[in-house]
Design a protein around this ligand. Structure first.
Ligand SMILES: *Cc1c(COP(=O)(O)O)cnc(C)c1O
Length: 436
């Protein structure tokens, strides 16, 4: 499989090089030269396959011959060490829990897959190259990437996070690992962090001396591995006789883009819903045909506070930039914090089930879509629960008026010492990178 840049100004690369580069030299996103079609046999007999076998069938054509089959199987085994349970909320609505990984958010899947692929590529090279993974985070990405790369040989991870703007647990996840993980606390916003990272990638002095790569969701390794749980959820879905609808709480639109690729490959999900918070660029675009990002707004579902979602370019490409075609597979809705809070409360009252703010936005989108149908009971809806509610306990506990039980792995983490280095400007970042 070859990957080309959506800016059409770089040479095509293989899977490994696409992961190593992150972005193409022309700053475009990498996109696979074709979307492989799965065999009917696989889809019709998916019940016979384990999680690991499903993941292998799905990702193998995208990797091509760049990673030997047995190595790829090993990488999948290391990636998928946890389950994706489906919890019924009502007769035809269920939550797909993607938060059972080590950092309690769906990003663990992509981060672990990418980390293991990169590590394989690096160990294969003879001269023992050192790689620095640089990543800006608004909360969940940093933790998942840090955990995914923890103690990997010859790979340093440098994470920038905005001071005081990530939740307490998220901060612990970033700052307590140590070893090859360095956390930098930026006096500023997430956008500032991201700008520092962008500057680093175009700084000739830096890139001459340091092998820099990024691990945010535009990286092919993270993006495509997110297909795994759509297939696994299809296998495990309740009411298999009904049409399956999936609602994805969306920020940078990487997760839902992986779902749409799965559908293109032949996975029978009849419709996708992109559920956003007040950052509603895509719902407005699908309504009006005009793409016009506003300044990003801070919300209680902060992992989705993205005004200009990078991966939407990939979604448009997937549908040959035909908005009418796209709308046959995708509907988008936007919800305020007030609506989200109400939904958390409603689901809790209904079923004693605690959702995090992102999952609650997904639930709202699913309900609105089903209510737009003449016979909603003909469909089975799944909303993705993208993070464990404990990660947003301050917000959620206030709404449900209950304490959320802290999972054991988090309890242990809260005993560890936080360590981060404050940085003020780009030059601070640069000197830290040079000292690595
Ligand atoms: C990152 C994140 C999202 C948004 O996912 P995208 O792929 O950026 O659309 C949603 N929920 C949670 C909890 C996240 O961490």
């Amino acid at each position: 499989m070859k990957y080309y840049s959506l800016n059409n100004n770089s040479k095509n690369v293989g899977f490994i090089e696409a992961i190593e580069r992150g972005l193409a030299p022309d700053r475009g996103l990498y996109f696979p030269s074709e979307i492989p079609e799965l065999s009917n046999y696989f889809v019709n007999n998916i019940k016979k396959y384990s999680d690991h076998e499903i993941a292998f069938q799905v990702i193998n054509p995208f990797v091509g011959n760049e990673i030997p089959n047995d190595v790829l199987k090993g990488i999948i085994k290391k990636t998928l060490k946890f389950n994706f349970p489906i919890v019924n909320i009502s007769k035809n609505i269920a939550s797909l829990e993607l938060f059972q990984g080590p950092t309690l958010a769906f990003k663990d899947v992509g981060a672990r897959f990418m980390a293991n692929c990169l590590s394989y590529a690096n160990l294969k090279e003879k001269e023992n190259k050192k790689i620095t993974v640089l990543v800006a985070t608004s909360g969940d990405t940093g933790g998942a990437v840090a955990n995914g790369f923890y103690k990997f040989k010859n790979i340093d991870v440098v994470i920038l996070f905005p001071k005081g703007k990530v939740s307490e647990i998220q901060e612990y996840q970033l700052t307590t690992l140590g070893k090859n993980i360095t956390a930098l606390e930026v006096e500023g916003s997430f956008d500032d962090c991201q700008n520092f990272v962008k500057n680093a990638f175009i700084d000739p002095e830096l890139i001459k001396k340091i092998n820099l790569t990024s691990a945010n969701s535009i990286n092919v390794g993270r993006w495509l591995a997110q297909m795994f749980y759509y297939f696994i959820a299809y296998r495990d879905r309740p009411n298999p006789d009904k049409e399956l609808i999936v609602s994805v709480p969306s920020g940078n639109f990487g997760n839902i883009c992986a779902g749409l690729v799965s559908k293109k490959m032949g996975l029978p999900i009849s419709h996708f819903i992109a559920s956003t918070n007040s950052n509603d660029t895509i719902p407005r675009f699908l309504n009006t045909g005009i793409y016009k990002p506003k300044k990003s707004i801070q919300t209680i579902s902060n992992a989705m506070d993205v005004a200009n979602p990078s991966n939407f370019l990939r979604i448009q490409k997937l549908f040959n930039n035909d908005i009418f075609g796209l709308k046959k597979s995708l509907t988008a809705y936007s919800y305020s914090d007030k609506q989200t809070e109400k939904a958390i409360n409603k689901i809790y009252k209904l079923k004693n089930y605690i959702t995090d703010p992102h999952g609650a936005v997904g639930y709202l989108g699913l309900i609105d879509f089903l209510n737009s149908k003449k016979e909603p009971e003909n469909y089975q809806g799944l909303f993705l629960e993208t993070a464990h509610p404990i990660k947003f306990s301050k917000t959620v506990e206030k709404i449900i008026k209950e304490k959320i039980e802290i999972p054991n792995e988090i309890k242990n983490m809260l005993k560890r010492k936080k360590k981060s280095t404050p940085i003020k400007d780009y030059n601070d970042l640069k000197s830290i990178l040079f000292s690595k």
